[in-house]
Design a protein around this ligand. Structure first.
Ligand SMILES: [Zn+2]
Ligand SMILES: [Zn+2]
Length: 122
């Protein structure tokens, strides 16, 4: 695994131990396996496609389903759980409870704050 040089807190994904699960990606719109889409793209190459052809046509977008639509996890194909934050400008979050169970659990409690990164070790 190459080091992650991006200056953002890396998402910690739960292990998916199903056969071949770590080499596949799935359509955000329907959860079907996306043929021919590599799981790990070159770091300079943004992910270009996250939905299958029929979903791209249906939603009129290359990456994400239309807002308000049910989405599926790009990593595991499971249905995302949808959370709506409170406040003046609510934000909709689509979170896979299998891949990011801690975040899903936190959102369920209504806590949408991003926890501060752990302090550097002394
Ligand atoms: Zn699809
Ligand atoms: Zn998932």
């Amino acid at each position: 695994m190459p080091p992650n040089r991006r200056h953002r807190v890396p998402e910690v994904f739960a292990e998916d131990d199903r056969q071949g699960a770590n080499s596949q990606v799935y359509c955000k719109g329907c959860g079907q396996s996306l043929e021919g889409q590599p799981r790990h793209v070159q770091s300079r190459t943004p992910v270009a496609i996250m939905m299958c052809a029929s979903c791209r046509e249906k939603h009129g977008h290359e990456l994400i389903p239309a807002s308000g639509a049910v989405t599926f996890c790009y990593r595991c194909g499971g249905e995302d759980e949808i959370f709506l934050s409170k406040g003046m400008s609510p934000v909709t979050y689509h979170v896979c409870p299998r891949c990011v169970p801690e975040r899903a659990a936190r959102y369920r409690t209504g806590d949408f704050e991003t926890p501060p990164p752990p302090p550097p070790a002394e």
